[in-house]
Design a protein around this ligand. Structure first.
Ligand SMILES: Nc1ncnc2c1ncn2[C@@H]1O[C@H](COP(=O)(O)OP(=O)(O)OP(=O)(O)O)[C@@H](O)[C@H]1O
Ligand code: SF4
Ligand SMILES: [Mg+2]
Length: 320
C-alpha cells in the first residue's frame, strides 16, 4: 500500500525544446508517512506534485508509473484522473488560496465540488462542520466569499476541502509560505492532525522551510535540478546526510529551525543547470566538490541503509 513512483520522467514541451524538469524519479511513501520535499527553487518540486495529480500540457509524461494503494494511476490521462482526484489523492497547489473563485461563496464552492464527485452536500454537512470546528474555522465561513477570509483562514479552508473525501495521499505545495510564523505553525500542525485522525493516510509537504519539516515530517526527500538526491528520516537528513548537495544545503542553514531562502544557497558556489539542456550524468557534478569520472553517468537512487536512499557515486564507493 502507500505510494510507489517508478522512473517517473516528465518534461515541459516548449517552443525552445524540452525542459527536463523531472528525470527518473523512483521512490515510495508508506501509509502514515509525512514526507517533506525540499530543494532550491526550480528543482522540480511542483512538477513532481503536478505529475502525480494533473499532468496537463505543456507537461508531458515521458515514461514511468505511479502506483497508489496497489493500483496504477492513469497519470497521463487528465479525464480518467478526475475519478481519483479528491477521492484517492488530493493536491493543494502552490498559490491555491489565491485561486479560489472570488464570485462563489465558500459553501456553494464546497457543494459544487462535492456534486462533481457525486456526494450529497446536505448529507456531508455535519462532517464538514465537524472539520471546520477542528481547524478552528467558524461555520459562518460557508456563507462568506473568499475575499472575506484571511490568508490563514483560506489556507485552512482549502485543506478542509481537499481532504473531505479522505484521500489516501495529500500533496501540500508551499501551503505555509505566504503566512506569518504563528499561522504557519498552526497550519503545519493541522497536517499532522489530519494524518493522525486518518483523514489522509500519507502526505507530501513541499516547502522551502526545513524548520517546518523538522517539526512535522517523518522523512525528507531532497531534489536537485530535476533529479532525486536523497531520501531518509528527518533525523538522518538533518543530522547525518550523505549526498554532497544535501550536506551543503543543510550546512548552509545557520542552524536548524531557520528558513532557507534562495539567497542563502549562494553559500554553495555555482548555479543549478538550465533544465532545457542539463548536463548528462549527475546534474550536480559542476558544483560538487567530490565529483569524479564516474559522475558523467546518472547515479541510480539506491538504498544504502534502511530507508535511506541516495543518488551519488561517491557515497556508493564509501558504502561498497
Ligand atoms: N509551464 C512551464 N513551462 C516550461 N518550463 C516550466 C514550466 N513550469 C516550470 N517550468 C520549469 O521546470 C523546472 C521546475 O519547476 P518547478 O515549478 O517544478 O520548480 P519548484 O521546485 O516547484 O520551484 P519553486 O520552489 O520556485 O516553487 C524549472 O526549471 C522551471 O523553469
Ligand atoms: S554523483 Fe558525483 S557529482 Fe553527483 S553528487 Fe555524487 S560525487 Fe558529486
Ligand atoms: Mg513550486
Amino acid at each position: 500500500m502507500g505510494l510507489q513512483v517508478e522512473n517517473l520522467t516528465v518534461y515541459y514541451q516548449t517552443l525552445r525544446g524540452s525542459v527536463q524538469a523531472l528525470e527518473d524519479a523512483t521512490f515510495s511513501i508508506a501509509d502514515g508517512e509525512i514526507m517533506g520535499l525540499a530543494g532550491e527553487s526550480g528543482c522540480g518540486k511542483s512538477t513532481l506534485s503536478n505529475s502525480l495529480v494533473r499532468l496537463v500540457p505543456p507537461l508531458k509524461l515521458i515514461r514511468g508509473r505511479v502506483i497508489l494503494d496497489d493500483q496504477e494511476l492513469p497519470v497521463a490521462d487528465v479525464e480518467r484522473m478526475n475519478a481519483y482526484r479528491f477521492r484517492q489523492l488530493s493536491v493543494v497547489p502552490q498559490y491555491a488560496m489565491n485561486a479560489m473563485n472570488p464570485t462563489r461563496k465558500i459553501g456553494r464552492m464546497t457543494s459544487e465540488l462535492l456534486r462533481s464527485k457525486r456526494v450529497d452536500y446536505r448529507a456531508a454537512l455535519p462532517e464538514i462542520k465537524r472539520r471546520l470546528d477542528l481547524v478552528k474555522l467558524p461555520q459562518e465561513v460557508l456563507k462568506m466569499y473568499p475575499i472575506e477570509l484571511s490568508g490563514g483562514m483560506k489556507q485552512r479552508m482549502v485543506m478542509v476541502l481537499s481532504t473531505l473525501l479522505n484521500p489516501s495521499l495529500l500533496i501540500a505545495d508551499e501551503i505555509t509560505s505566504a503566512l506569518d510564523v504563528s499561522t504557519q505553525k498552526a497550519v503545519a500542525e493541522m497536517l499532522v492532525e489530519f494524518r493522525n485522525r486518518e483523514f489522509v493516510k500519507s502526505i507530501i509537504v513541499i516547502t522551502h522551510d526545513i524548520s517546518i519539516l523538522y517539526q512535522i515530517a517523518d522523512s525528507i526527500m531532497i531534489m536537485y535540478a530535476g533529479q532525486l538526491a536523497e531520501k531518509a528520516s528527518t533525523e538522518t537528513i538533518i543530522h547525518s546526510p550523505e549526498h554532497p548537495y544535501t550536506k551543503m544545503l543543510i550546512a548552509s542553514l545557520p542552524e536548524v529551525g531557520v528558513r532557507y531562502a534562495d539567497t542563502r544557497l549562494t553559500g554553495i558556489p555555482g548555479k543549478p543547470p538550465l533544465l532545457l539542456d542539463p548536463p548528462v550524468g549527475c546534474r550536480f557534478r559542476h558544483r560538487c566538490p567530490v565529483a569524479f569520472e564516474k559522475c558523467v553517468e546518472a547515479p541510480p537512487f539506491l538504498e544504502i541503509a534502511k530507508d535511506h536512499f541516495v543518488a551519488c557515486w561517491e557515497v556508493f564507493r564509501k558504502y561498497a
